[in-house]
Design a protein around this ligand. Sequence first.
Ligand SMILES: Cc1cc2nc3c(=O)[nH]c(=O)nc-3n(C[C@H](O)[C@H](O)[C@H](O)COP(=O)(O)O)c2cc1C
Length: 184
Amino acid sequence: MTQILAVVGSPRQGGNTDLLVAKVAEGARAAGAAVETVRLGELQIRECDGCHACWRGRPCSKDDDMQALFPKIAASEVLVFATPVYWYGPTALMKAFMDRFVYFNSEANRRLVRGKRAAVAVVLEETHEQTWRPVVEFFERSLAYLEMNLAETIVVPGVGSKGEILKHPQQLEAARALGSQLAR
Ligand SMILES: Cc1cc2nc3c(=O)[nH]c(=O)nc-3n(C[C@H](O)[C@H](O)[C@H](O)COP(=O)(O)O)c2cc1C
């Protein structure tokens, strides 16, 4: 059974990112995967300050909720990174989460993510590609650097208000199909 860890980077509970990830999870579960969804807004994740204890074989020096997420990330076969666009970037929650992947940028820890499949899900109010492209590139470049395998990307533009994504059934169906792909 494929183990999927879905990470929601929006602080808005029940918002568009939550609804999109729920669809991905629905599709993945229907195809036989086990999915755990983590909402970063409910966790305390401090900023990486580059102390590099993790590069010297020590645990991350920040005693926060990321300590429980490191093993979950390592144990998952697929990681889903989901974020709304906030000022032409990911949310601060998602950026802080990604910054902590410095942990996996050491010789000893890289094997924990190398080759792991990933998917990216992005929602935004505007509709121009110039708005979401940098966010997708942020993930493409970061995950490639970490030698992860970005298998699927879904972008849902034109959704601003909470729950507006429900007016986009085709996009939700695409998310469900994406989840089903990830389960394989
Ligand atoms: C602080 C903040 C910054 C935002 N910046 C942008 C932006 O630069 N471009 C854009 O298209 N939408 C922007 N938005 C709109 C969100 O991307 C949009 O409302 C999205 O659907 C929120 O997803 P959520 O419901 O999962 O939180 C911003 C929203 C907030 C709260």
